[in-house]
Structure formats: C-alpha cells, structure tokens
Design a protein around this ligand. Structure first.
Ligand SMILES: *[C@@H]1O[C@H](CO)[C@@H](O)[C@H](O)[C@H]1NC(C)=O
Ligand SMILES: *[C@@H]1O[C@H](CO)[C@@H](O)[C@H](O)[C@H]1NC(C)=O
Ligand SMILES: *[C@@H]1O[C@H](CO)[C@@H](O)[C@H](O)[C@H]1NC(C)=O
Ligand SMILES: *[C@@H]1O[C@H](CO)[C@@H](O)[C@H](O)[C@H]1NC(C)=O
Length: 249
C-alpha cells in the first residue's frame, strides 16, 4: 500500500507547481492580432527561442505563446482554449503549457468568401480603405470593439477598397453590389481516438526485474486540426511488477 501512497504524493507534487515549463503546439497558421482571453501579453520582436523567453518572463507568468521560426514571439499570461482561434495561411504557431501527456485541442475558424458582387446593409463600422487582408486584420483585431464575424471588401484584385465590418449579417441584409462578403467558418477539431489497451505482456523474469509492455491501436484519425495520433502513445512499458503484488491489489 505504501507504493500507492507514494505515487499519489508524487503526482500531487507535480500538479501543484507553478507550471512545468513544457509547451506544446496546439495550432498552426494562427492569425496575429486576435485576443485569446489573455490579461497580459508581451511582444518580443526578435527571438530565437520563444520557450526560453516565455520561461524568462518576469512581468507575468507566461503560459502560452505565438511563435514564428526565427522571428517574433507573442507571450501570454493565459489563454482560453474554449475560445475559437482564427487561422489562416500564416506562419504563426500557438503553443500552450502542457504538463500532462495530452495535447489540448481547440476549435478554429477561418474567413471565407461566401458571396461575391454584393453590398450589405447591416449595422457596421468601417476602418476605411484597405486591402482584403487588411480588412480581415481589422475584423480579427475587433476594430472599435466590434465582435466582428463578417466583412465586405473589394475583390482580391482591387488593391484598396472600402472595408466594412459586421457583427452579424443575415441574408435579408444582402443585395447586389460590387463587394465580396467574407464570414467566419468554424470547424470543431476531432482528436485522434485510441482503442483500448491490450493486456500487459507477461514477459517478466523469474525475479521479476524485467519489463512488461502493452499496446493499443488507433480507432479514429484526427481531423480539422484536432490532435494527431502519436505513434509513441500506441505502446507503453513498465517495470515488471512483483508477482505477489497482483494478489495484494
Ligand atoms: C529553448 O529553450 C528551452 C528552455 O530554456 C530549452 O529547453 C530548449 O532546448 C531550447 N530550444 C532550442 C531549440 O534551443
Ligand atoms: C496587428 O498587430 C501588429 C503587430 O502587433 C500591429 O502592428 C498592427 O497594427 C495590428 N493590426 C491591426 C489591424 O490592429
Ligand atoms: C463581444 O464579445 C465579448 C466576449 O465574448 C462580450 O463580452 C461582449 O459583450 C461582446 N460585445 C458585444 C457588443 O456584443
Ligand atoms: C508523442 O508522445 C510522446 C510521449 O508522451 C511525447 O514525448 C511526444 O512529444 C509526443 N509527440 C507529439 C508530436 O505530440
């Protein structure tokens, strides 16, 4: 029984710490300028190791960051993984602290043109003339605190045109015009699903100093940015258990 007690003490010690210093990528292609539910953030323009910068942060406890290879890091005190994350063709990857074995998965959204040659009469704000990607950035950055879910802007071949941001657009708001209508489209991630563990192998030397292994298979692949299957989680090994322990438990 002392063995069981010892295990409980060890796991309690690990989870009560001020972070474990381990980070895991939870999304890639993340659009900058969105808020993740943080209350403090810090931008480091040139970094060669965002993990190190995050751990070295002194103004707040850094638990997540956006990073781009050989470039910027955006450090966050906390992020809300229940929020939808806006993704695009971007080089930014989002990392969060991951102290246990599982990689959290998050819902993500992207912008998509759903109508062309329209104008929209819903209530709106406009930051002025922009490119389509600039208009998208104003929407993501919640220009004028608008919870922007849609915008209209000229087609991609127009360098600058009026950018108009909307909190919501219904089909009744849409009539013929000359703009593209973009809205957010969200996909729920589906994580890899593992099958049940098979029994532990009984391979164990007579004195039981050997090891035992067990394995499982994949019962469903990840989709929509869910956590991919990790081949190294398909089998595991433990030190052989003394035979009489079986009786004890
Ligand atoms: C980045 O920094 C972390 C924490 O100091 C360290 O563990 C890791 O090895 C570093 N990575 C690289 C690529 O230098
Ligand atoms: C997006 O963030 C960048 C870097 O922080 C900033 O320079 C830019 O003005 C922001 N864009 C918007 C639309 O807020
Ligand atoms: C925008 O969204 C935030 C967070 O979801 C919410 O607290 C706020 O009330 C919303 N603002 C408007 C104008 O709907
Ligand atoms: C796969 O699992 C191993 C063991 O837990 C872990 O060290 C590794 O980082 C994981 N790989 C990925 C890509 O999550």
């Amino acid at each position: 029984m002392w063995l069981l007690t010892l295990l409980l003490v060890v796991s309690a010690t690990v989870s009560s710490g001020q972070g474990c210093g381990k980070f895991r990528q939870v999304a890639e292609g993340v659009i900058l300028n969105q808020t993740f539910g943080e209350t403090a953030k810090r931008i480091i323009e040139k970094s060669d190791n965002c993990t190190a910068d995050c751990l070295a942060e002194t103004d707040f406890v850094c638990t997540a960051f956006l990073s781009v290879v050989f470039g910027e890091c955006v450090l966050f005190d906390k992020i809300d993984l229940n929020r939808q994350v806006m993704k695009d063709v971007s080089y930014y990857r989002l990392f969060t602290e991951a102290c246990d074995g599982e990689t959290p998965s998050i819902e993500y959204c992207h912008f998509k043109i759903i109508r062309t040659n329209v104008k929209v009469s819903a209530s709106s704000v406009s930051p002025g003339m922009t490119s389509p990607s600039g208009c998208r950035d104003f929407c993501v950055a919640r220009y004028h605190n608008l919870n922007c879910t849609a915008f209209t802007v000229g087609p991609a071949d127009t360098l600058y045109s009026t950018c108009t941001l909307f909190q919501s657009v219904t089909s009744a708001d849409v009539s013929d015009g000359s703009m593209d209508l973009w809205t957010t489209v969200c996909e729920a991630p589906v994580n890899c699903v593992y099958g049940p563990w098979n029994d532990w192998s009984s391979t164990c030397s007579t004195s039981c100093g050997g090891t035992q292994t067990r394995s499982r298979s994949i019962s469903g692949e990840a989709t929509n940015g869910g956590t991919a299957c990790n081949m190294s989680l398909l089998s595991e090994t433990q030190a052989g258990v003394e035979r009489w322990w079986y009786g004890a438990f």
